[in-house]
Design a protein around this ligand. Structure first.
Ligand SMILES: NC(=O)N[C@@H](CC(=O)O)C(=O)O
Length: 440
């Protein structure tokens, strides 16, 4: 039998404090019933001042296994996810070999299940080898044990409009979604950072906003034409927010994500030539940051997704032009959303539960996650201390890589505990290594 937990005086979604009993993998009782049913054997966690949210769900994580286990493995990446308050993650397809067959997605799914930290939902590649030439085995991946519902060539754009159209049409058969990495390749050849004043000053090749916006505009029209579901990865510009707003007003079935780093960091950071700030799509301007915050607050942008992109020191500790694109994010996402959206009064904790849990769970068709905090629901939960503050030290994080752009920065909030089907994966802010993989 798994441990029973009595969380006392916790605030579900930041609301009125209440006692909550977790038993047999579910929320067994709330209020006075919780204490009455807890019995003597329940582990009591003092939840005064803490917020209880549904476990976070990431639609966009790079776990790097198979192929780049030197940067991250399914085990280290999912342990980092649990530390960050996640109970489910989607593992992106740009592995080696590519997650473009039933065999590879099943391998990743099994590694996730055996690690036991979070539920891993592999993303399937749209095209074979992410090469943009032939559709991958979408149906076989959907029907595999991994039950793939999200398909993406992330890291690369599906730039051929005919292939994109076919993928959008094909995934309808199994209620899938195509998640597009919107980057017009010809407009971004050799690009190193956002195209603007700073790139001109530094003499680095620019990645113009239009290279993202042109693909999003095309794809929302394609999605409308074929009546399919489209998801836009890591949207980063004010113009992209406008296009999504327009598409939604027309009733087009599109969803969009923003990353934590695009909610706060700007292209000015490139001035130090520190590749920690090199990412795809690039950090944009302060006006873009304001536009994505406004878009997230008004629901134009549906979710926050980490785009956790771990890289080895070798791939990051070099000159800007040679460095890999990408930043880690699983262990700082919730804090950045708190700092930029909650502490600024733009969103409530209920909104946070929507953008980091229920909406991504719905887009990815992940059952049992992102559910209401209510009796009978699966106990996939995270307990957060919003009053805590910490200085980010990547060496203390669970991820194998240290390329956090928040290194040395003080951020609000701390994950106190994470529960996966009622089993604690994190307690007192520390991953429960002894218990991992015990009960799945
Ligand atoms: N987001 C990133 O900067 N990097 C991603 C892929 C990508 O989108 O380029 C990665 O896999 O490292």
């Amino acid at each position: 039998m798994t441990t029973r937990y009595l969380l006392t005086d916790v605030a579900p979604l930041g609301g009125t404090p209440v006692d909550v009993l977790l038993a047999d993998g579910v929320i067994a009782a709330t209020g006075p019933d919780a204490r009455a049913q807890a019995g003597d054997d329940a582990t009591v966690i003092d939840g005064a001042g803490l917020v209880l949210l549904p476990g976070l769900v990431d639609l966009h994580t790079h776990l790097r296994e198979p192929g780049r286990e030197d940067a991250e493995t399914v085990r280290t990446g999912t342990r980092a996810a649990a530390a960050g308050g996640f109970t489910a993650v989607h593992a992106m397809a740009n592995t080696t070999p590519t997650q473009d067959t039933a065999g590879v997605v099943e391998q990743v799914w099994r590694l996730g299940r055996d690690a036991g930290w979070v539920d891993v939902r592999p993303v399937g590649a749209v095209t074979v080898g992410l090469e943009g030439e032939r559709l991958a085995e979408l149906g076989a991946m959907a029907q595999s044990e991994a039950a793939v519902r999200v398909f993406s060539d992330d890291g690369k754009c599906v730039h051929d409009p005919v292939l994109m159209r076919r993928a959008l049409e094909y995934v309808k058969a199994f209620d899938g979604v195509v998640a597009q990495h919107a980057q017009e390749p010809r407009l971004t050849e050799g690009a190193q950072m956002h195209e603007g004043v700073v790139s001109a000053e530094l003499g680095l090749t620019g990645w113009p906003a239009v290279a993202e916006e042109a693909v999003i505009a095309r794809d929302v029209l394609l999605a409308e034409h074929v009546g399919s579901r489209l998801h836009v990865c890591h949207l980063s510009t004010a113009g992209s927010v406008e296009i999504i707003r327009w598409a939604k007003s027309r009733g087009i079935d599109v969803t969009a994500e923003v990353t934590p780093h695009h909610l706060v960091l700007t292209d000015d950071l490139a001035r130090g030539y520190d590749p920690l700030f090199k990412v795809n799509p690039p950090l944009r301007t302060a006006a873009d940051v304001e536009a994505v915050r406004a878009g997230l607050a008004d629901g134009t942008i549906d979710i926050v997704a980490t785009d956790h992109a771990p890289h080895t020191r070798e791939d990051k500790d070099c000159e800007w032009a040679a460095a890999a694109f990408g930043m880690t994010g699983l262990e700082t996402a919730l804090s950045v959303v708190q700092e930029t959206m909650v502490d600024t009064g733009r969103m409530t904790w209920a909104d946070v539960a929507r953008v980091l849990s229920s909406a991504p769970a719905r887009i990815g068709r992940v059952d049992d996650h992102g559910r209401p905090v209510a009796v009978g629901e699966p106990a996939n939960l995270v307990l957060v201390d919003p009053a805590a503050r910490r200085v980010v030290d990547p060496r203390e994080q669970a991820t194998k890589s240290v390329n956090s752009p928040f290194r040395g920065r003080e951020l609000p909030g701390r994950v106190v505990a994470t529960f996966l089907r009622g089993r604690a994966t994190v307690l007192d802010g520390v991953p429960c290594d002894d218990d991992a993989a015990v009960s799945r």
